[in-house]
Design a protein around this ligand. Structure first.
Ligand code: COA
Length: 258
């Protein structure tokens, strides 16, 4: 697929995916959502890619939200379809990707932008970042999973306050809430994410995929995360990575996972 709105660069088993609509603060229009979905699927299928970093182009925004200009004239059915398609096409896909995804939040992460960052497995932010779910200022609610994922990440009370007030929080506040793991300068953000990704790619990607499935299972209604953990733990014992990892330990050498 040819991409008009995103850039992908891969090195050292790490792909950097950049949303590239800086003049629109990287707002997520439907074409960008389809392109991101396609890119995530092909990166997941590429066994040489063991970690993905997603960021926004320019110095101002990660993503300033879903593209308001695209949906402001929608009716009830179109609104519902917009949310449903978004969940299915991109946001659930990213959450459940078995390749680790790190969000490098390099500026505004608002509405769909924060929802995209929250779909990722974890987040780092630059010190100029501003994060929020301002949808109620537009007469709408977060529709790409924000009501659920924000409450899961920061707790129900903080999520309610952020959604009701529509306030933007600073990177420091986001870090103290546990919404982002670390803050860096804007210049150091990608490098810091890459350093973390380099640690990840040295480990067993098969085991990491199992761990992602097990952690995510705890957030699915009707699924027992502990049961999923037992299943995934057992499955590891049949893998080459398990043989290599444990043999390397016994032989007092570093494991070499493919
Ligand atoms: N959808 C569509 N276009 C958007 C957008 C969005 N979510 N966010 C920003 N843009 C566009 C602006 O319309 C403007 O385009 P234009 O120059 O063609 O008019 C461009 O990006 C730059 O934005 P601008 O508002 O001029 O920048 P700013 O620095 O004054 O303000 C924000 C930055 C983020 C505070 C402001 O753009 C904003 O409030 N955006 C909407 C945030 C939002 O409500 N997101 C949730 C959507 S559900």
């Amino acid at each position: 697929m040819n991409y008009n709105n995103i850039l992908i660069e891969t090195a050292d088993n790490i792909a950097v995916l950049t949303i590239n609509r800086p003049d629109q603060l990287n707002a997520l229009n439907s074409e960008t959502i389809v392109e991101l979905s396609s890119a995530f699927k092909s990166l997941e299928a590429d066994i040489s890619v063991k970690a993905i970093i997603i960021t926004g182009s320019g110095t101002k925004a990660f993503v300033a939200g879903a593209d308001i200009k695209e949906f402001y004239q929608f009716d009830v059915a179109q609104g519902k379809e917009l949310a449903a398609k978004g969940h299915q096409t991109l946001f659930n896909l990213v959450q459940n990707l078995t390749t680790p995804v790190i969000a490098a939040v390099n500026g505004f992460a608002l509405g769909g932008g924060l929802e995209l960052a929250m779909s990722c497995h974890f987040r780092l932010a630059s010190d100029n970042a501003k994060l929020g779910l301002p949808e109620v200022t537009l007469g709408v609610i977060p529709g790409y999973g924000g009501t659920q994922r924000l409450a899961q990440l920061v707790g129900k009370g903080r999520a309610m306050e952020m959604i009701m007030t529509a306030k933007m929080i600073t990177a420091e506040e986001a870090c103290s809430y546990g919404l982002v793991n670390q803050i860096t300068t804007q210049e150091e953000l990608l490098g810091t994410c890459q350093k973390i990704a380099l640690k990840i790619v040295k480990n067993s990607s098969v085991a990491i995929a199992g761990a992602i499935r097990a952690v995510n299972a705890g957030y699915i209604d009707g699924v027992n995360g502990f049961e999923t953990e037992i299943e995934e733990f057992g499955k590891c014992f049949g893998t080459e990575d398990f043989k290599e990892g444990t043999t390397a330990f016994i032989e007092k050498r570093k494991a070499n996972f493919n």
